[in-house]
Design a protein around this ligand. Structure first.
Ligand SMILES: *[C@@H]1O[C@H](CO)[C@@H](O)[C@H](O)[C@H]1NC(C)=O
Ligand SMILES: *[C@@H]1O[C@H](CO)[C@@H](O)[C@H](O)[C@H]1NC(C)=O
Ligand SMILES: *[C@@H]1O[C@H](CO)[C@@H](O)[C@H](O)[C@H]1NC(C)=O
Length: 340
């Protein structure tokens, strides 16, 4: 065959390939990342509703790198999700001292908690529509922006610090010992007096034990042992929920970055976060009627310490279908939200 003709053919096929792959891109829903917040440079005048009353200090203050979202905030290495908190394998972590799981005791205590109609995950707790939609924003504008996709949504009730996260009753300090618990597990919880809701437990796994697709609620204790290493994890989230992915460094001078892909199409990057000012996270509104089968990549972006291991905690928290996402549309608007 003529060489030029072959070249032309190659060129044409690569053009059509680019076209096909760009039109095929799935829209999972709007999302916020640490990087998209950083791009605001603390300028919030285009955010709606505009936060004005955040308590004592200005709302802009709470976006400074030394504040709520940064390396001294609650998501940081030395916050409750880090190594000095309750979860871990060190002697000072309460989860180290838990008895080996005894299923009968676990399920009995589980039923004593989740079987009560005023349990923390029930309609009387922080996850009810009344608490989330009315009480939280009535506190002040910081409260309003703790809602999903708000400026501080990653710190809010649907994120890893909330009732569904690893520190809550579904995690390893709750009735079930979820440390090193492989597989997908859920518990039936009394939501109202005559309704139950199944919630996924927050399994805590070492990276070496992750050899399957995870569900939408877990915590991984991982480490980057070589500078150019990338750790990959696969997980699946049911549609119609907010999915919050947070990368907590175990040591404050390590800077990680995360990228979210479709697990079936590795060329399809959905979102990424590589902030040096804030703890990296992605909060995604998973709207589509597809299951979200994802891959999350973790790498070291920069390191400013050379003595301790570059270890991290990757936490994924799904909000379950407690909210009707159609009603949440346009709840919060602003340039920090990336639409697809
Ligand atoms: C639960 O009970 C309430 C009030 O008694 C009733 O309005 C509601 O329909 C019941 N729900 C179900 C799922 O049975
Ligand atoms: C993280 O950043 C490094 C260097 O900036 C880059 O090579 C890598 O692809 C990024 N990884 C992820 C998972 O975003
Ligand atoms: C989503 O995944 C669940 C569990 O893997 C499965 O039962 C369900 O059929 C899937 N739904 C869709 C729309 O793919």
């Amino acid at each position: 065959m003529d060489y030029n003709y072959l070249l032309l053919l190659l060129l044409l096929s690569s053009i059509s390939f680019i076209q096909i792959s760009s039109t095929k891109k799935i829209c999972y829903g709007p999302y916020v990342t640490a990087s998209s917040l950083e791009d605001l440079h603390q300028d919030i005048h285009l955010v709606e509703p505009l936060p004005i009353d955040c308590g004592g200090l200005s709302c802009e203050f709470y976006l400074s790198p030394s504040s709520a979202l940064g390396s001294h905030g609650p998501l940081s290495a030395y916050g409750p999700l880090g190594i000095t908190g309750p979860i871990g394998h060190y002697l000072w972590n309460p989860t180290t001292w838990r008895f080996r799981s005894n299923e009968i005791i676990d399920w009995t205590t589980s039923d004593m908690l989740f079987g009560r109609s005023n349990n923390p995950l029930s309609l009387t707790g922080p996850l009810s529509s009344e608490s989330y939609h009315l009480k939280l924003p009535s506190i002040n504008d910081f409260g309003k922006h703790l809602q999903a996709l708000g400026l501080w949504g990653v710190l809010g009730p649907l994120g890893p610090l909330g009732a569904l996260g690893p520190l809550g009753p579904l995690g390893p300090t709750g009735p079930h010992n979820t440390m090193n618990l492989a597989g997908h597990h859920s518990v039936s919880v009394k939501w109202t007096t005559n309704e139950t809701h199944d919630f996924d437990l927050v399994e805590v796994l070492d990276e070496s034990h992750v050899d399957e697709e995870l569900d939408c609620s877990f915590m991984i204790l991982g480490v980057i042992s070589q500078i150019d290493e990338t750790d990959r994890y696969y997980f699946n989230c049911k549609p119609n929920q907010f999915v919050t992915i947070v990368l907590v460094p175990e040591h404050s001078l390590d800077y990680f970055n995360i990228s979210l892909f479709s697990s079936t199409d590795s060329s399809e990057k959905i979102a990424s976060s590589d902030s040096m000012n804030y703890i990296n996270f992605i909060q995604l509104e998973l709207m589509n009627n597809n299951n979200g089968s994802f891959r999350i990549d973790v790498s070291l972006h920069e390191m400013h310490q050379y003595i301790l291991a570059h270890s991290y905690r990757l936490i994924v928290t799904g909000s379950h279908d407690l909210l009707d996402l159609k009603e949440e549309e346009n709840n919060i608007k602003g340039p920090h939200i990336i639409e697809c």
